[in-house]
Design a binder for this molecule. Structure first.
Ligand code: CMP
Length: 138
């Protein structure tokens, strides 16, 4: 069944002019980009988006990083899109990501890891509506 997931191409990958290259990996992975835009996260948006990590030691640094430059937010669609996109991305830590994945090729470290993908159906729905509220994506 076709499914949707949410993606952020993070400030590190955008700064490397990597939007096109990451979108090419997404499309080569069988996923369709059904909505997308460049945006600059406010501190409040970054803190709310990563609220689940509020108690983690890296939370404040992560919010600093995510607001350090423009990002590309998008909605992806395809068969098993959530799992498929996570395979395209590779492991959270680029040092552990398989060769040929986005994080292996564009990431620097566990914080500056090039891109984000939703980790499950509930978070995908929440994250899509966070950035594309009420969007008519059909
Ligand atoms: P992301 O997929 O955006 O989801 C949460 C983010 O927190 C993750 O990618 C990393 O950028 C960041 N993160 C996770 N673990 C750590 C860590 N141990 N140190 C710093 N940042 C982390």
């Amino acid at each position: 069944m076709a499914e949707r997931t949410f993606s952020i191409i993070k400030p590190d990958a955008v700064a490397k002019h990597g939007i096109g290259a990451v979108l090419a990996r997404i499309e080569a992975g069988g996923l369709k980009v059904v909505a997308g835009r460049v945006t600059q996260l406010s501190r409040a948006q970054a803190e709310a988006f990563y609220a689940v990590h509020k108690e983690r030691p890296f939370y404040s640094d992560l919010c600093d990083f995510m607001t350090s430059g423009p990002v590309f937010v998008s909605v992806l669609e395809g068969e098993n899109a959530i799992k498929r996109y996570r395979e395209v991305l590779g492991a959270t830590n680029p040092a552990e990501a398989a060769a040929g994945t986005v994080r292996a090729d564009f990431g620097t470290d566990v914080e500056k890891n090039a891109a984000h993908g939703s980790d499950g159906p509930d978070t995908a729905r929440e994250e899509i509506s966070f950035f594309f509220p009420g969007a008519d994506l059909t």
